[in-house]
Ligand binder design. Structure first.
Ligand SMILES: Cc1ncc(COP(=O)(O)O)c(C=O)c1O
Length: 393
């Protein structure tokens, strides 16, 4: 009775890895370069992660549909302090991670809206758009423009059969790390603030951005007068993917829709997780975490860039995220590379899984591209990582 639906690309790779190795990528002794999670331990120079939270019997009740007041307030305080966002807790809806907020936003889009997405983007956007049957405009992001669309590429007319456009954009971009900041981001926010335009800025990697974190909320004047959605999560910046806490910042009228959705489709988000994440967002701690993540991962980005380029990788990575994105040396395909890596209990995410058109081979295919994740890697693994990669290219 259920329609067939394949796993999201990252999980597809994890399942292939498990078939080849009888292990789960991420387990002790494996090298999880396909995976998009950060260290869940204290990063050098960063704050510790609390080992405990206390729960009262009242914490065990159903949580509020839109998110707990403490957390919504901590989130709005955070954006106001760092980006002068001018928002209140009424502009915040809490979800069980980043993806559920993205899916909810897309699921409630009216029928006359098409989605504009860069060709090379975050793998599950493909699954979400396919499941929801949305009409899609593809913004060029490929070898020809070095995965850096120009301003004119975002100037999009609604495609046939639609009358409005919603831009969906990860910034920093997963997988490329290309990040839009300052005047360019301000211009894009402006261009998508008018009638018939809306945007979903997915800022999962907000803290992972050189030289400093950035958010579209810095440039939105009055979010209630827009159809702009900004998505964040505790998953990457706050280093707690297992807590499953994410949020959407949007106009109050949209937050009400998310509350209604939660009332019938989600039942709120674990209060224990929300209390934990509220602690992580205390003003001094979160300021400390931003600086430490930005600086530690900035140094890892540089270090792995040097190593991979020395092995002949042609990298197109930008200044954000915790991935390197580039073309393999020696004409290798990502699939062949993975077959070799699996023997060393390691693996990368093959480029075609980041292609929103899913071309496997031929023109425009990303079969020679890989996304290498240094998110889960501590400073001590570098030499061994490079030795394995050197053997496999
Ligand atoms: C671009 C992007 N957005 C959102 C997420 C959301 O993550 P989660 O659903 O695990 O909180 C991720 C995680 O990989 C991501 O890479």
């Amino acid at each position: 009775m259920l329609q067939q639906f394949p796993p999201m690309g990252v999980y597809e790779t994890l399942f292939k890895f498990a078939d080849a190795t009888q292990e789960y990528m991420g387990d002790q002794g494996t090298h999880p370069w396909a995976q998009g999670y950060p260290l869940t331990t204290q990063v050098p120079g960063g704050p510790a992660l609390p080992a405990q939270i206390e729960l009262q019997s009242t914490d065990l009740k159903y949580p509020k549909a839109t998110g707990e007041s403490e957390l919504r307030e901590a989130i709005s305080d955070y954006y106001n302090a760092h980006y002068d966002a001018g928002i209140s807790p009424d502009h915040v809806a809490v979800f069980a991670g980043g993806r559920p907020g993205l899916l909810a936003t897309l699921a409630f889009l009216e029928a006359d809206i098409c989605v504009a997405v860069e060709e090379t983007e975050y793998t599950p956007y493909y699954d979400m758009l396919k499941l929801l049957g949305r009409k899609v405009h593809y913004i060029p992001s490929n070898v020809d423009n070095k995965f850096r669309p120009e301003t004119k590429d975002y100037d999009i007319d609604p495609i046939a059969g639609t009358s409005r456009v919603l831009l969906v954009k990860s910034n920093p971009c997963n997988p490329t790390g290309v990040t839009m900041t300052g005047a360019a981001l301000s211009g894009l926010v402006n261009a998508y603030s008018g009638d018939g335009r809306g945007a979903l800025f997915d800022e999962a990697y907000e803290f992972y951005c050189d030289p400093a974190p950035e958010s579209a909320l810095r440039y939105i004047e009055d979010i209630d007068n827009t159809d702009i959605f900004v998505s964040g999560a505790a998953t990457k910046g706050l280093q707690v993917p297992g807590m499953r806490v994410g949020w959407i910042i949007a106009a109050k009228r949209h937050i009400e829709i998310f509350r209604n959705y939660s009332s019938f489709g989600m039942g709120g988000v674990s209060r224990a997780s929300q209390l934990y994440v509220t602690k992580l967002l205390s003003p001094h701690r979160v300021a400390h975490a931003r600086d430490a993540i930005c600086s530690f991962y900035g140094s890892q980005r540089k270090r792995y860039r040097t190593g991979l380029e020395a092995l002949g990788f042609e990298l197109a990575t930008g200044d954000g995220g915790f991935y390197h994105w580039g073309q393999l040396p020696n004409g290798l395909t990502a699939d062949t590379f993975n077959q070799r890596l699996f023997k060393h209990r390691s693996g990368i995410l093959p480029g075609p899984l980041c292609d929103m058109r899913r071309r496997k081979t031929g023109t425009g295919s990303l079969e020679h591209f890989v996304r290498f994740s240094f998110g889960p890697l501590g400073p001590e693994t570098y030499d061994n990582d490079m030795q394995i990669i050197a053997r496999c290219v």
